[in-house]
Design a protein around this ligand. Structure first.
Ligand SMILES: *[C@@H]1O[C@H](CO)[C@@H](O)[C@H](O)[C@H]1NC(C)=O
Ligand SMILES: *[C@@H]1O[C@H](CO)[C@@H](O)[C@H](O)[C@H]1NC(C)=O
Ligand SMILES: *[C@@H]1O[C@H](CO)[C@@H](O)[C@H](O)[C@H]1NC(C)=O
Length: 343
């Protein structure tokens, strides 16, 4: 993407560059050990692979910045514990890449607020973050991607953003997402895998009309998923991933809104039977598309409880899984035999 460098800054540049020698970056010694790299008028990057909290504070708050609208901020592998109040002064960015800062535990709202109208992506993965100003998301009107995988979040408040498309909270220690009016209408990818979730807020996905991928595997949502836990509302829904959650039962209507091309992964759970009232609507909704139901690694008893799946034309081919006793794939079960024995 071309930078959102405003035309006024261009004009300011053209006007002042000859008169007083406007510099795109501060003098290098004012921002050591970091570096500032102008590629063109519209793209200035700030890189930092070394530096203390106070060095970074000085670089932004005590150096001479003629131009304060930068493209990328990259700060990787630092040993700073926080991005404190005013960390970046008035300097704003389009992308912040703050990855592999293993002791970074907190981000103050004022470190992000100068960028609120410009910031498109925040990559904050592989840190130790347990405090993040989620409450300013509604003000971050350009933000499309927030990646915070592999941090130390334990709780996430109600999130609201009209612009956010990718939200990655994978592999934290999240025990709860706060109940309330979640509103992420533009979200396409929602990653919650590898946390400690035992439930989800009511209606969390029911206004995500553009959702493509919901990844919530490796949590603790079982043993029973209650009615209306996940009422999906997106016609482009492609993946529902709930593997490895210790689930043995879905109440009827626990998961609704599957499209013909939606794949639902429920492998490595604890299902012993496929309750018709719960699963038949799911299997029927994917019957005519490329979607399927992955139930591998569940201990199915292939008795007459499965008759609805085996006898009804086509349904069993939508399901991957095996009978516990004889390792026969569910799709290879013989409808004739079920008709004779179970009806
Ligand atoms: C801030 O900048 C001024 C002028 O460049 C300099 O004299 C001063 O030492 C700097 N402050 C610190 C704490 O480095
Ligand atoms: C939602 O996403 C679309 C497609 O990326 C984008 O054009 C639109 O501006 C977004 N909506 C908001 C409110 O940002
Ligand atoms: C499902 O996928 C097929 C191709 O795999 C595509 O042609 C079709 O339009 C899709 N249907 C929906 C409803 O998205």
């Amino acid at each position: 993407m071309k930078s959102g460098f405003p035309i006024t800054t261009w004009l300011l540049f053209l006007f002042t560059v000859g008169s007083r020698g406007l510099n795109l970056c501060p003098p290098y010694d004012e921002i050591l050990p970091c570096g500032c790299y102008p590629h063109a008028i519209a793209s200035i990057d700030f890189l930092c692979y070394d530096g203390t909290e106070s060095e970074i504070h000085l670089a932004f708050n005590n150096a001479t910045w003629d131009v304060t609208e930068l493209r990328f901020l990259t700060m990787n592998g630092l040993s700073i514990e926080k991005l404190p109040e005013g960390a970046f002064g008035d300097v704003s960015f389009q992308e912040m890449r703050l990855q592999y800062n293993e002791v970074l535990a907190s981000v103050h709202a004022t470190a992000l607020l100068p960028s609120k109208n410009r910031l498109v992506k925040i990559f904050l993965d592989y840190g130790n973050v347990n405090a993040f100003p989620f409450d300013i998301l509604p003000e971050m009107t350009a933000l499309k991607e927030l990646k915070m995988g592999f941090n130390s979040l334990t709780e996430v408040p109600v999130l609201r953003s009209n612009s956010l498309e990718i939200l990655d909270l994978a592999f934290n220690r999240i025990r709860s997402l706060k109940e309330g009016a979640w509103s992420l209408p533009n979200l396409t990818t929602f990653r919650l895998l590898g946390n400690e979730l035992m439930t989800l807020p009511e209606g969390i996905v029911s206004n995500m009309e553009r959702l493509v991928s919901f990844e919530c595997q490796m949590n603790r949502l079982g043993p029973t998923l209650p009615k209306d836990l996940l009422n999906f509302a997106s016609s482009t829904l492609n993946l529902i991933h709930l593997a490895g959650n210790g689930i043995s039962r879905l109440e009827p209507g626990a998961i609704t809104g599957l499209q013909v091309n939606t794949t639902m992964c429920l492998h490595q759970n604890s299902f012993e039977l496929l309750d018709e009232a719960s699963f038949r609507p799911i299997v029927e909704s994917i019957l005519s598309g490329s979607g399927y139901l992955d139930l591998n690694g569940n201990p199915f008893t292939c008795d007459c409880d499965l008759a609805w799946l085996v006898i009804n034309e086509g349904l069993r081919f939508e399901v991957n899984g095996f009978c516990r006793d004889n390792e026969i794939p569910l799709r290879d079960l013989d409808p004739e035999e079920y008709i004779q024995l179970c009806t």
